[in-house]
Each structure stands twice: as C-alpha cells, then as structure tokens.
Ligand binder design. Structure first.
Ligand code: NI
Length: 192
C-alpha cells in the first residue's frame, strides 16, 4: 500500500515534514505572466523576489487518488497587479479542485474556455470549489500577509500551464488601494 503523511504549519503553510520541499516561483520564473513586463524586469534586476511557492507531494497520478498540498503567495505588486500564481487548466479539463484558505486575504480568479469568469474572495476559514473546466489563479490582495491555501484535487487531473502562458487570463485584477481592486479586461489576452 502506498501511503504518505505530511504535516503543515497552518500559519506559514510550509511543510514541517523532513525531506518535503516546496517548488518555488521567483519573479524570473513568471515572465509573460504579469501584464507590465518592464515592471517585472525591473523587479528581477533588483532582487528577483520569491512570488509564490507550493507543494507537489508526488501522489501517484492514477484514478481515485487525491493530490494535495499548500500554496503560499507572498504580498507584493508588479506594477498594478498583485503577486499571483501562473494559473492553469487541468489536463483532464473537467476536474474540480478545492482550495481552503488557512491565512491571508486573496482571490481565486477562474475562467472556462467559453470565457465565463468567476472571482471568489478568500479569507482564513473559507473554502472555494473550483469547478471542472475552470482555469484557476490565486491572487494575494493583502499588502502585508502571505495568502496561504490548502488544495486538493483528483491526482490524475494533470496540469496545463501552457494555455494560460500563451493566452493569459481574460481578466486582470488591479490594485486600487489597501486590499481593494478592480477587474478589467486583459488587453494582452489572445484568443488564438
Ligand atoms: Ni489546479
């Protein structure tokens, strides 16, 4: 029987189990993701900060298994955009996912291939169901606190990052003030 057990710190989101390492995404890993490319380049030159990290615990990708882990998006902005994850569709498109917010204040930005967009706010103790067919991206809207979420999804779902890397999301979330934002059309969105 394959089994695994991982302990997480519920505030930082970091794994406390020996040998379990996160995958880290620094500014230089996110070229093409933020709308203001020159701002991102300046940030990379300055100190190339860690934007987010998450865990892939290596649960075998077979039907019936659940992949799970935490995601931590740090506070900050690139131009007017908050720090956020790349976002992805699942390769098996019709695969849902649950995110439970452990700490912080953020948004789950979701869109399906038909162009419907859905945005859910996340604060500690709140869960969001990302329905099947929806790409999803976590966005930290706090100026000071990391956004920490726990996620789980069918382990055989796979990840399609390429579609978002090429097309982007249809909507951008822009900072307008302390923990406030507006949602605008993405001028760089490509219909392909
Ligand atoms: Ni996912």
């Amino acid at each position: 029987m394959q089994s695994s057990k991982t302990k997480f710190n519920l505030i930082s989101g970091l794994a406390m189990t020996k040998g379990v390492e996160s995958l880290k995404r620094h500014a230089h890993n996110l070229k093409g993701i933020f709308a203001e490319a020159q701002m991102l380049d300046a940030i990379i030159k300055k100190n190339d900060p860690l934007i987010y990290e998450f865990y892939d615990l290596g649960v075998e990708e077979k039907p019936g298994n659940l992949a799970y882990g935490t995601s931590i998006v740090y506070p900050g902005v690139v131009g007017k955009e908050f720090y956020m994850t790349k976002g992805h569709f699942h390769t098996v498109l019709d695969t849902a996912e649950v995110y439970f917010c452990l700490s912080g204040h953020g948004l789950m930005l979701m869109e399906n291939p038909e162009g419907e967009t859905e945005i859910q706010e996340l604060t500690a103790g709140e869960a969001v169901l990302v329905p099947g067919r929806y790409a999803h991206r976590s966005i930290n809207i706090s100026d000071s606190e990391p956004l920490v979420t726990f996620f789980t999804f069918a382990a055989d779902a796979g990840h399609d990052y390429g579609t978002i890397e090429q097309k982007g999301f249809r909507k951008l979330v822009l900072r307008t003030g302390k923990e406030t934002y507006e949602v605008v059309d993405n001028p760089h969105w490509k219909s392909l």
